[in-house]
Design a protein around this ligand. Structure first.
Ligand code: ZN
Length: 1024
């Protein structure tokens, strides 16, 4: 520009003007910036609540301990925290965290002004995003007061953080600040705070951390998920190169994370530079092998199934809700965050004995749940040397079948391995149809119909023919047709059904499937018919997930799958004309559930404490379906609880009270067949109560229930802790089949059965079952207390004594498999069997029994209605095996001795009355009575007649040889009168013709006779 060159003065003026403008602009911008800043700051902090640094509550996980104070489980929301005091944190730890995170911590006033201004400038120029590190105080402010904005990087948050930081610095001493910081900082591997981290990584407390461990932990806060030294990995998802450091629980393991190493060295360097450690310590530390230092403490006892802990958690939540008058959700939240200690009743030793009996005892420990025996079976079926170890040939066979790749690591497995290979081996064997066989659990009886297994109202389909080995679902060509469009039409069946939601979404539902041990070539041999198998494997919840574009329902209600499924390559039609769906649209459960299943609940009836529990044969994993806490049909094992003990306790009957066991119609008038029938179809005539309970006859049980009444029966059950009786409505249990024979709407769970039977061992006092003795808060105050369990008297000591005597007889005379010492002496067993299902069908089989020490309820059955091969005697035997192990070191003991209020009396066993002069000695029994209830009436059912020795009929006055005979009065007419000696020998006497012929006697009471019609099987019969 030439003009500029020509005029020099204006240039200066212009320059001054520019200066002026700049100054004005600067002033203006300072004012504007200040105003803006003020506005932002004001807006940022105006609505913040005041902070109370004196009452900072950190959420802390609770812990559950076994009966010896060892960790059973941690109760947490996902991470652990135990609050620790400044004095209890190692100096090295404090130095390490200051060295890396905030080296001027002891001097600054909460934040670094230089850093803050820089941050605000960055924020203004950088679109609201700010970066940069913060002081420990700022981090604490964030952790404590801005948790919901922890990951937000806005100016507002930065200002709020500064505001809180200043408040913290003003109100809290530096020591309290760093203590709070170390209690709040997230340190990876679900460790909130330093104490949890010390425990999770090193199995120690934070006071014991040395400078190396401290440097490791101080490396983490910058990016916990990246730097955490241990990753938590599901055992199922382990990869070959994972370095497993230990078990977290039964599902997860700890895997070493090498990312920590560089950062750790950097922390050490800073500690050295800031003179927290010497050169020598630094040099030593640099060469640390971090893996060797890691000794993680488990989250829970990984050797015990989670059934107990789940039950305990639930009970504590319920009790807390009641105690504090809060909702169960609130109670649960409190339990998860309040740092409580739950002193559980679990006896680890007894739990181990119980679980060991459920596993194959021959199995090596490292295989868990009896894999070794499964391996032997597999090897034997596949022509491999059967030694139970995974040798090269076994690996080769599994590789050939496609379960492992050819480069699979086939090195020997070691005891204690938590190798992914073990999990994969188990899966492979299960998918081959092999499961750990438990010889103490009955096999099952199943009926195959065209390769399907018939179960009540449904079918189980063959897993092998429903899925390919690669997990591709198959629709056989007999199940589909094609319509005029060429689309595939499937009529809904249990095999493939659909559910259409209100908004039209179609879900395809696959039927339940079975698999079992054996070569697939054998399958054809058992397409039809009923067979006994050791077990089957049940696959549930398989699914076919197809995009909605391919699905519709036609006017006939059939599923239409578009032909595009083929062109779009979601499925193919294979060589057998089956529709074969890609495996990524198919969901197949990894692990099938072995059937039959079983559950057991072990209670100390003197305290009500639940000592051990097994909720199923699958002992590993979390949140397992707990059959010990799920009601199931009880069969005859309900009789002592709902019929006999109530009858005796309320004075309605004694062991000598009799009823007639004969076909009867009165209890089921709608039916033309007699009801109930006894399990073996026979009737035994007059029976005492004792004989009826011992032989588990159904007709007498119904008759005694009739005397007791439904209301009284239910009331006794409820007093005894049974909660699952349905009292009203259409499906009420207020009926004979339910209360006398155990055909209940829901049934009773094993734990409630054990709790109710336990009353017999505690002199008639029922103590509700409890999973914990006490729960304490952080300060050790007891907030829930079961240390002095209180019970309710259900049966008088007298009635209870009589019941123990009756149940002793049941074991001696009927279920002697349950005895644990010879002759049921030393440690006596009392109890009762029970089986559900139609006659001899054995759907559920029980033994509920007790010794003076423990009550164990043991159930065997299936998750579907499938018959067991063997009934309750088999369960009684398994019961005895478990109880023998549990009592091996126990001294002889006995149940409460006979109270004075119980007396013996001699009774006529046919009438239950006092013997008369006509009662033959063989009919006189001695039995127990509650004093004052001994019958006073003398039996009058018998009479004496004179019979002719020749004809055996009633003698006439002409019979030459006669004898006296005692008969029941009702038998009298059956005898007739001697028709041989009708007159005197010659000379004839005229009187003879006038001798009155015997008058026909009234028709006698019909004698018990087998019913002409075979008993009709119903599902409401109760077997022994
Ligand atoms: Zn005669």
């Amino acid at each position: 520009m030439p003009l500029i060159k020509r005029n020099k003065k204006p240039k200066k003026r212009i320059f001054l003007t520019i200066i002026n403008i700049l100054i004005i602009t600067l002033i203006l911008s300072v004012v504007i910036t200040a105003g803006l800043t003020f506005f932002i700051i004001n807006k940022s902090i105006a609505n913040l609540p005041d902070i109370d640094t004196d009452n900072i509550n950190f959420a802390q996980n609770s812990i559950m301990l076994d009966n010896e104070g060892q960790l059973l489980s941690t109760v947490h929301t996902g991470s652990l925290r135990t609050v620790v005091k400044y004095e209890d944190i190692s100096k090295d730890m404090i130095n390490a965290i200051i060295a890396i995170e905030d080296k001027t911590f002891w001097k600054h006033k909460g934040f670094n002004y230089v850093r803050l201004i820089g941050a605000v400038k960055d924020g203004l120029l950088g679109g609201g995003e700010i970066s940069g590190t913060s002081t420990l105080t700022q981090q604490l402010a964030r952790n404590l007061f801005l948790t919901d904005k922890r990951f937000e990087r806005s100016i507002v948050r930065k200002i709020q953080e500064a505001y809180y930081s200043m408040q913290i610095e003003e109100k809290m001493p530096k020591e309290k600040i760093i203590e709070s910081y170390l209690n709040t900082v997230y340190l990876g591997a679900s460790a909130d705070g330093i104490e949890a981290a010390s425990n999770i990584y090193f199995g120690k407390t934070s006071s014991e951390l040395n400078y190396i461990e401290s440097a490791i932990l101080a490396s983490i806060p910058k990016a916990p998920s990246y730097y955490e030294p241990l990753n938590i990995v599901d055992k199922k998802d382990l990869s070959k190169d994972d370095q497993v450091i230990g078990n977290r629980d039964s599902t997860y393991v700890y895997v070493y994370n090498t990312n920590i190493e560089e950062r750790f060295k950097y922390v050490l360097k800073l500690m050295y530079e800031q003179e927290y450690i010497t050169k020598e310590e630094y040099d030593n530390g640099i060469n640390t092998n971090i893996v060797e230092l890691l000794k993680p403490a488990p989250f829970s006892n990984s050797k015990i199934s989670t059934y107990f802990a789940d039950m305990c958690f639930k009970q504590v939540v319920e009790d807390l809700a009641k105690e504090k008058d809060i909702t169960e959700d609130e109670a649960e939240n409190f339990l998860l965050t309040a740092g409580l200690r739950i002193y559980s009743t679990l006896d680890t030793n007894e739990q181990n004995i119980l679980e060991r009996n459920y596993m194959d005892e021959g199995g090596a420990e490292y295989f868990n749940s009896g894999l070794a025996s499964t391996v032997i079976q597999y090897q034997s079926d596949n022509g491999i040397d059967a030694d139970g170890t995974i040798g090269p040939n076994t690996w080769a066979s599994l590789i050939e079948k496609g379960y492992f790749k050819s480069d699979q690591d086939t090195s020997p497995l070691q005891e204690g391995d938590t190798d992914k290979r073990i999990t994969d081996l188990k899966k492979a064997f299960l998918k081959e149809g092999y499961a750990a066989y438990n010889p103490s659990i009955s096999g099952i009886m199943i009926t195959f119909v065209d390769d399907k297994i018939s179960v009540a109202n449904s079918w189980l389909y063959n897993y092998r023919t429903s899925f390919t080995r690669k997990g591709e679902f198959l629709i056989p060509n007999t199940y589909y047709t094609t319509n005029s469009n060429g689309d595939y039409v499937v009529e809904p069946t249990y095999y493939l059904d659909y559910y259409k939601s209100d908004d039209g979404y179609i879900s395809l539902i696959l039927g339940d499937m079975y698999d079992y041990r054996g070569n697939s070539s054998d399958r054809n041999d058992i397409d039809y018919g009923t067979y006994y198998l050791d077990y089957i494997l049940l696959y549930q919840n398989a699914a076919l997930n197809l995009p909605q574009d391919y699905l519709s329902i036609d006017s006939n209600g059939n599923i239409v799958i578009s032909k595009n499924i083929i062109t779009d390559k979601l499925a193919t039609v294979n060589e057998f004309n089956e529709l074969q769906f890609n495996s990524n649209n198919c969901f197949v459960p990894d692990i099938p559930i072995v059937q039959p299943q079983s559950a057991a609940a072990l209670i100390d009836h003197n305290t009500g404490y639940l000592k051990a529990v097994v909720g199923g044969r699958n002992l590993f994993g979390n949140a397992l379906f707990n059959r010990a806490a799920t009601p199931t049909q009880t069969g005859s094992s309900i009789k002592p609880l709902a019929v006999y003990a109530p009858a005796i306790d309320s004075g309605i009957a004694s062991p000598a009270t009799t009823v007639v066991d004969k076909p009867t119609y009165e209890f089921n008038p709608a039916s033309s067949s007699p009801w109930p029938v006894n399990f073996d179809g026979s009737y035994r005539g007059v029976m005492t109560l004792r004989s009826a309970i011992v032989n588990s006859q159904n007709v007498p049980a119904v008759k005694f229930l009739d005397m007791v009444g439904f209301d009284r029966s239910i009331s006794y059950l409820e007093k005894n802790g049974v909660t699952s009786i349905v009292k009203d409505g259409d499906a009420t249990d207020r009926n004979y089949a339910a209360l006398a024979l155990g055909a209940l709407t829901y049934g009773i769970s094993p734990v409630e059965m054990a709790s109710a039977y336990g009353t017999f061992g505690n002199e008639g006092v029922h103590i509700p079952w409890k999973t914990y003795t006490k729960v304490t808060d952080q300060s050790g105050n007891v907030i829930l207390d079961n240390t002095s369990p209180v019970g309710e008297t259900v049966f008088t000591p007298e009635a209870n004594y009589i019941m123990t005597d009756l149940l002793d007889d049941v074991v001696i005379r009927y279920a002697n498999e349950a005895q644990i010492r010879y002759g049921n002496s030393g440690i006596p067993v009392i109890g009762k069997t029970g089986t559900s299902g139609a006659q001899e069908q054995n759907v559920d089989a029980w033994f509920n029994g007790l010794t003076p020490y423990r009550t164990l309820s043991l159930w065997v059955g299936s998750d579907r209605i499938i018959s067991l091969e063997k009934g309750s005697w088999f369960v009684a035997q398994f019961w005895s095996e478990i109880m023998s192990d549990l009592h091996v070191d126990k001294e002889d003991a006995s149940f409460a001795s006979k109270p004075d209020g119980v007396v013996y009396a001699s009774i006529d066993s046919q009438s239950g009355l006092l013997p008369s002069t006509f009662t033959p000695s063989s009919s006189i029994i001695s039995d127990l009575f509650i004093s004052g209830s001994v019958p006073t009436r003398v039996d009058d059912s018998r009479t004496q007649i004179t019979v002719c020795n020749e004809t055996g009929k009633k003698a006439t006055s002409f019979c030459p040889n006669v004898s006296n005979k005692i008969i029941f009065k009702y038998e009298s007419s059956g005898y007739g009168t001697c028709n041989v000696h009708t007159s005197a020998p010659p000379p004839p006497k005229p009187e003879t013709s006038t001798e009155p012929t015997p008058k026909p006697e009234p028709k006698p009471e019909p004698e018990p006779e087998p019913d002409p019609d075979p008993p009709v099987e119903t599902s409401t019969e109760s077997n022994p």
